[in-house]
Design a protein around this ligand. Structure first.
Ligand SMILES: [Zn+2]
Length: 147
């Protein structure tokens, strides 16, 4: 839904007359369009930077298209799937916090959100680690995710 830009962001709801204001619920500094929410918003940036810092990787994409391009450049199916999970998880937690801001009027600190995301992704991937995955890929995954 995010990729198709079909999520109901406030700027869209404002434009069609459903919402009284268009501001981003996470930062209040701009209208909430999909691009703002995921790539320009200060809160989203903090989450992305924290995730990159924790994993010691670069997460540069500044649009959904660039996310896609970055994923396509990763060689190896397993590594690509891990990064797909990370990107998808990042977009999902930002959407969750955005909804928390809209409905509960509170936002959790990015540190907590990212720690939870990492725990969740570690568990999910460990659970489905197919026997076919090479030892070097398993080591790569554990080194990145548990450091
Ligand atoms: Zn914002």
């Amino acid at each position: 839904m995010i990729l198709l830009k079909k999520i109901r962001v406030k700027a869209l709801l404002f434009r069609i007359g459903v919402s009284a204001d268009a501001s981003c619920p996470l930062c209040q500094n701009a209208d909430e369009w999909v691009e703002h929410l995921y790539f320009e918003c200060e809160y989203a940036r903090m989450c992305k930077n924290l995730l990159a810092h924790r994993l010691k990787v670069r997460l540069d994409p500044s649009s959904l298209e660039e996310c896609n391009d970055a994923l396509n450049l990763i060689t190896g199916r397993f590594k690509r799937q891990v990064f797909q999970s990370l990107y998808a998880g990042l977009l999902y937690v930002i959407w969750k916090e955005r909804n928390r801001a809209v409905w509960d009027k509170c936002i959790r600190c990015p540190e907590k959100v990212i720690e939870e995301l990492l725990t969740d992704i570690r568990q999910r991937i460990e659970f489905v680690l197919p026997a076919k995955i090479s030892r070097s890929n398993v080591e790569w995954f554990r080194k990145m995710m548990y450091s």
